[in-house]
Design a protein around this ligand. Structure first.
Ligand code: SF4
Length: 100
């Protein structure tokens, strides 16, 4: 009986570690590509014109699913063929076009 309890505890702590690792990998994507202070005024205006956001409300319209998306390094801003400046993989804008 004691051995079984030990096994459960082992599973629970293993599950805890898995949850922590999953959380850590999610947190790696917590960064911003919308630093208005570092962008030229023309780029800022263009981003506002297409209503660029660092986080898409609709996951199916994320930048990393758009045909204009240009991936950057892992967990870093990428780029876009249409919108200038750093672009977040989880971002979106009005000219989103689903990649074929
Ligand atoms: S066009 Fe818009 S949705 Fe598509 S990658 Fe560029 S910024 Fe993101």
């Amino acid at each position: 009986m004691k051995k079984r309890a030990f096994t459960r505890r082992g599973l629970l702590s293993g599950g805890g570690l898995l949850a922590a690792a999953t959380l850590a990998s999610c947190k790696q994507r917590e960064f911003s590509c919308w630093d208005a202070g570092s962008l030229p005024a023309a780029d800022l205006q263009a981003r506002r014109a297409v209503e660029y956001l660092d986080r898409a409300a609709d996951a199916s319209r994320r930048c990393d699913a758009c045909q204009h998306w240009q991936p950057g390094a892992r967990d870093a801003c990428g780029g876009c063929a249409v919108v200038r400046g750093p672009i977040h993989p989880l971002g979106t804008c009005r000219v989103f076009t689903k990649r074929a």
